[in-house]
Design a protein around this ligand. Structure first.
Ligand code: KIV
Length: 282
């Protein structure tokens, strides 16, 4: 099969052609391999890994080393998808030099094509510094989970005219600072559509309606692995928690009943060798 890498210019081409961009998160080799095989344009190694892979209550506890470890596995599994590493909390907020160094590690040590960071105008200096260092940057506006406590929880953003105007201003500011893509999370659909039309760079929505230039979902959520999680925006394209549970229960029952392993799952040994072995025991 011909393998064609999805390049940074393809995001703009898809926006211009009105063809939706597809993105999913992935955190390990096999997940990346399957997402890639499905022809998804981009893989985000999201800091959501803190919650869906590592079992933390929020995203702020994941470290740079943990993110890089999973990014490396994803880059070994994906051949074609454009790879985006999510900068974890405090890897870019405190200091621009730290931000450049940490972003550079995603590219240099972990095989990512770009990095993502959260925030609006307050991030412009950092985004410019990353761009100047030759690093492609994805912005993230609306619900920014690293500041969920400050935002009052995981909830819909930009519901007032003032907040909507601030979202537009922030989107324009980070576009001007050098972002080539912006994720909108939990934003009213018509607002996300309106801003997407104004921006020259593409937008990727999660809980932001069909008017964005593309969509992203979290791997575990869309596969129904994270079975208790059902926000309004989420469509489960599989029920893997249930399927996996059934498989484990069937395995337990077959081991306990002796049905597994059967003859076809067992290895043989030549009769004469086995007889010789038995004789050795006499
Ligand atoms: O960390 C993540 O998975 C994300 C997506 C929800 C966009 O930032």
């Amino acid at each position: 099969m011909k393998s064609t890498k999805f390049l940074i210019q393809n995001f703009l081409k898809k926006k211009a052609a009105g063809v939706p961009i597809t993105m999913l998160t992935a955190y390990d080799f096999h997940a990346a391999k399957i997402v890639d095989e499905a022809g998804i344009d981009a893989i985000l190694v999201g800091d959501s890994l803190a919650m869906v892979v590592l079992g933390h209550k929020n995203t702020v506890s994941v470290t740079m080393d943990e993110m890089l470890h999973h990014c490396r596995a994803v880059s070994r599994g994906a051949q074609k998808a454009f790879l985006i590493g999510d900068m974890p909390f405090l890897s870019y907020q405190a200091d621009v030099r730290d931000a450049v160094y940490n972003a550079g590690r995603f590219i240099k040590e972990a095989g990512m094509d770009a990095v993502k960071l959260e925030g609006g105008k307050e991030r412009c200096k950092t985004i410019r510094a990353l761009s100047n260092a030759g690093i492609a940057v994805v912005g993230h506006l609306g619900l920014t989970p690293q500041s969920a406590t400050k935002l009052g929880g995981y909830r819909l953003q930009a519901q007032t005219a003032l907040a909507a105007n601030l979202l537009l201003k922030n989107a324009l500011a980070i576009q001007d600072a050098g972002c080539f893509l912006i994720v909108f999370e939990m934003v009213p659909a018509r607002l996300a559509q309106f801003i997407s039309k104004i921006l020259s760079i593409p937008t990727i929505g999660i809980g932001a309606g069909a008017g964005c230039d593309g969509q992203v979902l979290v791997y575990h959520d869309m596969l129904g692995i994270n079975d208790g999680f059902q926000p309004k925006f989420l469509k489960k394209f599989a029920e893997l928690h249930q399927h996996t549970l059934q498989a484990f229960e069937a395995y337990k029952a077959e081991v306990e009943s002796g049905a597994y392993p059967a003859t076809e799952h067992s290895f043989t040994m030549p009769d004469e060798e086995f007889s010789a072995f038995i004789d050795m025991q006499k």
